[in-house]
Design a protein around this ligand. Structure first.
Ligand code: HEC
Ligand code: HEC
Length: 206
């Protein structure tokens, strides 16, 4: 019964997000070219790695992330509705819709280097079944059983992403520093320990 409620929540939310995405991101209609994106992304590579697998976990992996998600994030960095004043707002400022399409095509076409699997019972429980008594939905309902996300609903890949980045971003949603109705509702109900546990587990999925 509870599980069904979670699924309905997930489906309803994915509908809301899909609709919002369709309205706010017309530039997804621009067709990207990965080879052009490779040439245009040289500056990005110094932090994110030339293929989107960075050498240090302070920078998120972009390789293998969904095209739709990379496109959306570059658009919201550019419009500053996702704040990252030190770096990403400035980086995205000079990108045209065509640049965004090309660069997103490049990074999404590369293979993500996985992270070692993490045995974390609390993290696994939260990821797979949520926390019903706190109305936390299973992450898997949207981010997929293997952390593969969903390109159509614009749910990002989490499997193989650095644990520290997953944890930081859930904390950012919780603190209201990063805005997304769905993720803020999820993050608000998680304690710091729960966030760290589920980040460890999700990172090791592949
Ligand atoms: C000086 C280092 C640096 C450079 C150069 C840089 N980035 Fe970033 N990028 C970051 C950091 C740090 C973050 C994480 C921000 C956060 O924690 O929210 C980030 C986040 C991102 C994200 C969000 C990923 C996600 O999973 O949410 C995308 C997409 C991205 N960068 C693309 C690019 C592109 C494309 C370029 C080149 C045009 C670029 N970055 C250049 C440091 C950099
Ligand atoms: C109802 C669907 C849904 C559920 C359930 C959900 N998420 Fe998300 N998640 C999203 C969406 C949508 C985004 C993209 C938000 C945006 O566009 O900024 C997202 C983004 C994220 C990001 C940012 C990743 C990145 O690369 O920038 C992290 C981390 C994350 N979710 C972790 C979790 C965790 C951990 C759970 C379980 C506790 C969870 N999510 C449950 C829909 C969901």
């Amino acid at each position: 019964m509870k599980k069904n409620t979670m699924m309905v929540f997930g489906l309803a939310m994915s509908f809301v997000i899909t609709q919002a995405f369709a309205v706010t991101t017309p530039a997804t209609k621009v067709k990207g070219d990965a080879a052009a994106g490779k040439a245009k992304s040289e500056v990005c590579g110094s932090c994110h790695g030339s293929d989107g697998n960075p050498s240090a976990p302070v920078f998120p992996k972009l390789a293998g992330q969904h095209l739709s998600y990379l496109t959306k994030q570059l658009q919201v960095f550019r419009s500053q509705s996702r704040a990252n004043q030190d770096v990403m707002n400035a980086m995205a400022q000079s990108l045209t819709d065509q640049d965004i399409a090309d660069i997103s095509a490049w990074f999404s076409s590369n293979k993500l280097k996985p992270e070692p699997a993490e045995k974390n019972d609390l993290g696994q429980k939260i990821y797979r079944t949520g926390i019903p008594e706190k109305s936390v939905p299973a992450c898997a309902a949207c981010h997929g059983p293997k952390g593969e996300g969903n390109p159509t609903s614009v749910y990002p890949v989490l499997g193989g992403q650095y644990s520290s980045y997953i944890s930081k971003n859930v904390h950012d949603f919780k603190a209201g520093e990063r805005h997304n109705e769905v993720m803020q509702a999820v993050a608000n109900r998680l304690s710091d320990d729960e966030i760290n546990a589920v980040a460890d587990f999700a990172s090791g999925l592949q």
